[in-house]
Design a protein around this ligand. Sequence first.
Ligand SMILES: Cc1cc2nc3c(=O)[nH]c(=O)nc-3n(C[C@H](O)[C@H](O)[C@H](O)COP(=O)(O)O)c2cc1C
Length: 187
Amino acid sequence: MSTSILVLVGSLRAGSTNRQLAEAALEVAPEGVDLAIFEGLADIPFYNEDIDVEGSVPAAAVAFRDALAAADAVLVVTPEHNGTIPAVLKNAIDWASRPFGASAISGKPLAAIGSAYGQFGGVWAQDEARKALGIAGAAVLTDVTLSIPGSVVRFAETHPRDDAEVAAQLEAVVRDVAAAAAPQAAA
Ligand SMILES: Cc1cc2nc3c(=O)[nH]c(=O)nc-3n(C[C@H](O)[C@H](O)[C@H](O)COP(=O)(O)O)c2cc1C
């Protein structure tokens, strides 16, 4: 029986260093741990309670909630935009947070990591992601952290998978998330 981890990437650009980190995380996952990047975040309309009613929920939001529900845990990989999380990620969190008290993310083990250009590697954004997702109901793994500074410089020529230090850090993150998810996977 495998453990499934849904990966949410907070950057939409094709050359995203955070997407590359997510790709590397997929590759270093140990046997029995399956990671999948959720590809539809950009297709989810802005959250609006008027359309979050039975029969009106956009298909992209339904697909997102279904993917969350099917996962044993969640890994957020995000850069920092103006000191906080990118809007696409905040929108996804708002959709994930409802129905209040019975959302698809409720109780899911979740870690937030990432890379940003600044010297702190986007730690504000990853902290904000933890805060918002904790309020949304996720079981945030506050001690599973990784904030890599200098994103576009460090990964200009080297994909994270080929950076031995980063690959080892990612493997540790994946193992920690999978360990936290194990009780859910077994349920
Ligand atoms: C709109 C915008 C705001 C940004 N704000 C920050 C910031 O507050 N802190 C920071 O470290 N980097 C900031 N950056 C730089 C990003 O961290 C950097 O471009 C990063 O590599 C983006 O992630 P990606 O490579 O996954 O697309 C910002 C970039 C953009 C486009």
